[in-house]
Design a protein around this ligand. Structure first.
Ligand code: HEC
Length: 128
């Protein structure tokens, strides 16, 4: 009888261990999706970057009236370049710095969008 109880206990402990390991590994898969952004792909201002300013609703505040830079379509490139916001390298540019370090700005863009902006600046920040 005692032996049987011991065996059941062993099986129980083994099951808990398996569940714990499974739990950890599935968590890992969920919390670290590799950002699918290719630094060697050509990133375009109009098709990629301006779209982020629109979709992330940057333009609700950066509308040419209140906050500088003006991020509205047709205005943003001139505003960003004349204001010195997109001077390469991307890593140290004011625009990238702002969206990655200012707590009010961080949640507005995804990790992938942040990287697109960084790579576009590294590629020369052209009005392409
Ligand atoms: C809710 C309003 C609001 C939204 C939305 C917003 N910003 Fe801002 N932004 C501000 C304010 C206010 C400042 C200036 C004060 C500060 O640094 O917090 C600022 C500052 C900045 C600056 C630095 C300006 C300078 O002169 O140093 C950049 C660059 C910027 N924002 C980019 C963005 C981008 C890109 C987005 C969209 C992903 C965005 N902002 C969305 C309010 C906003």
């Amino acid at each position: 009888m005692n032996q049987k109880l011991k065996r059941i206990k062993q099986i129980f402990v083994a099951l808990i261990l398996i569940a714990t390991v499974e739990g950890f590994s599935s968590c890992e898969k969920d919390s670290y999706p590799p950002p699918a952004v290719d630094p060697n792909q050509t990133w375009h201002f109009q098709a990629d970057i301006q779209l982020i300013f629109i979709n992330s609703k940057c333009v609700t505040c950066h509308n040419g009236v209140t906050q500088f830079p003006d991020l509205r379509s047709g205005k943003s490139y001139a505003s960003l370049s004349s204001g010195g916001y997109i001077t390469p390298p991307g890593e140290t540019s004011i625009l990238y710095h702002q969206i990655t370090t200012n707590s009010a700005h961080i949640p507005r863009t995804t990790d992938a969008q942040k990287l697109e902006i960084r790579y576009w600046i590294n590629q020369g920040a052209h009005n392409n």
